[in-house]
Design a protein around this ligand. Sequence first.
Ligand code: FES
Length: 147
Amino acid sequence: MTRFTVNGQPVHYRMDPATPLLWALRDASNLTGTKYGCGAGLCGACTVHIDGQPVRSCQVPIGSIEGSFVTTIEALSRDRSHPVQQAWVAENLPQCGYCQSGMIMAAAALLDKNRDPSDEEIDAAMTNICRCGTYPRVRRAIRRAGR
Ligand code: FES
């Protein structure tokens, strides 16, 4: 049994400790805002925060995060008042939308560390892939959210 905290709630999963966090969140906790893209740590669609750091949940075995604090897009968007979420809406950012929960989690983690990132810092932090090519709007939204 693996125990940690998800969005402020204690969880204990009776799953193989090697199960990727992505699948525990989606299948056991029904937190389906975290998306499966590549399953290989490349695309970032599955980004969540663990102890405040952005991580690709498809690459994190649940057995490795005992006692940690996990935050998903559901917690970040709970009351629709998070500055990143508001900036995403203001910039009319998503196109197909599939990658956007991971993008938002990565952006929120960046802004927690740096409220005024340069374009270079944004590009370095935002390694998530968007097949619609929303990258210019992502930059604008991050700058807006940091104001
Ligand atoms: Fe995890 Fe692509 S699904 S990085």
